[in-house]
Design a binder for this molecule. Structure first.
Ligand SMILES: C[S@@+](CC[C@H](N)C(=O)[O-])C[C@H]1O[C@@H](n2cnc3c(N)ncnc32)[C@H](O)[C@@H]1O
Length: 326
């Protein structure tokens, strides 16, 4: 971490300022040491350059294993295709002119597919995740000197309220035990007048009838390594079949609802082996997380009113993508 990260960090729960004790540093980065609360005196370790406010054995640990196994699968820098860049543009609209030199938060960064897109636009980027996915993110963004990675819980954020100019949170909120609190905390991290973007799975009356939600009570309890092996064993048969059936008009729509496999038929510009690998990753991603609680857009509006967001606009309501200002 860079010492300037202290400008935007605070102790979880108390919001107290932190001081730093450095054990080892290199090239302007603190690699090992502690952050110390000025109020409680609690010492939070910095290991391998990452401040750690939580342990990795928490409800999100399946994500940690997943993103460390599939760190590169969805990175534009690896695939040579701009899927993540396109999504970042569509879901935030933020350009280099907006972000350059500003504080920007990636809340729930996973392997850092959006962090590498944002980082290239020049902000002081803080990429935070609850799980050991932070190790994957750190590898993804190691070529940037404007990024700090933090292991912290969005439900008890180690962030100074109102410290950020921009905050985005893509595909995370439904995976927490309290989606409304998580959404509110992303917005609260932004200064008045600063911008936020939230992308959240949408809940409609029939959503929970989707095959994925019918299977999840079982699959989230299976040890993740066994689930992973099962998905890998089934995929040589399931992928080519789903890839054909999902393209058939009407039938494909029904099939996507009833076959719980993440095969994306709109990505023919990706090489076949990359689409196949992403199908394994995203099928694991939908069947293994402990929590998957989509929201309605009305629930999101209630959160935004509650945290004093000034204005907002839904780019899409399924999935929910809302951008606004605090
Ligand atoms: C589906 S992944 C999305 C990752 C990334 N935003 C992306 O779109 O590729 C969800 C991520 O949220 C993280 N997460 C879940 N609960 C969290 C929490 N309370 N605080 C921070 N991150 C959390 C998980 O560890 C996981 O990496």
């Amino acid at each position: 971490m860079r010492e300037k990260l202290l400008e935007v960090l605070a102790e979880p729960k108390t919001g107290a300022a932190l001081t730093v004790e450095v054990d080892r540093h290199q090239g302007g980065r603190i690699l090992e040491g502690h952050l110390v609360s000025t109020v409680t005196g609690i010492r939070y370790p910095i290991t391998r350059g990452i401040p750690r406010f939580v342990r990795s054995d928490n409800y999100a640990e399946s994500f940690g294993r997943q993103w460390n196994a599939y760190q590169q699968t969805q990175l534009d820098s690896e695939t040579g295709v701009d899927i993540s860049t396109q999504r970042f543009d569509d879901e935030t609209g933020w350009t280099s002119a907006d972000l350059e030199g500003k504080w920007c938060l990636d809340a729930g960064c996973g392997a850092g597919r959006f962090a590498e897109v944002a980082a290239a636009r020049g902000p002081n980027l803080v990429a935070m995740d609850y799980s050991s996915a932070v190790e994957a993110t750190a590898r993804t963004v190691e070529r940037f000197d404007n990024v700090d990675v933090v292991q912290g819980n969005l439900l008890e954020p180690p962030l100074r309220v109102g410290a950020f100019d921009f905050a985005y949170c893509i595909g995370v909120i439904q995976h927490t035990p309290d989606p409304a609190l998580a959404a509110g905390n992303v917005v609260a991290a932004v200064r008045p007048g600063g911008a936020f973007s939230l992308t959240i799975y949408a809940r409609r009356p029939w959503t929970k009838l989707n095959a994925k939600y019918l299977l999840r009570p079982l699959t989230k309890r299976i040890p993740q390594s066994i689930l992973h092996d099962a998905i890998r064993s089934a995929m040589p048969v399931v992928f080519p079949v789903a890839d054909k059936v999902f393209r058939v008009p009407i039938v494909g729509r029904v099939a996507r609802h009833s076959i719980p496999v993440a095969v994306y038929t709109d990505r023919d510009h990706l090489a076949y082996d990359k689409r196949y690998e992403e199908a394994v990753l995203d099928t694991l991603d939908m069947l293994s997380p402990q929590y998957d609680s989509p929201m309605t857009w009305q629930e999101v509006e209630r959160v935004l009113r509650g945290v004093g967001a000034a204005d907002w606009h839904f780019n899409t309501k399924v999935p929910i993508n809302v951008v606004g200002r605090r």
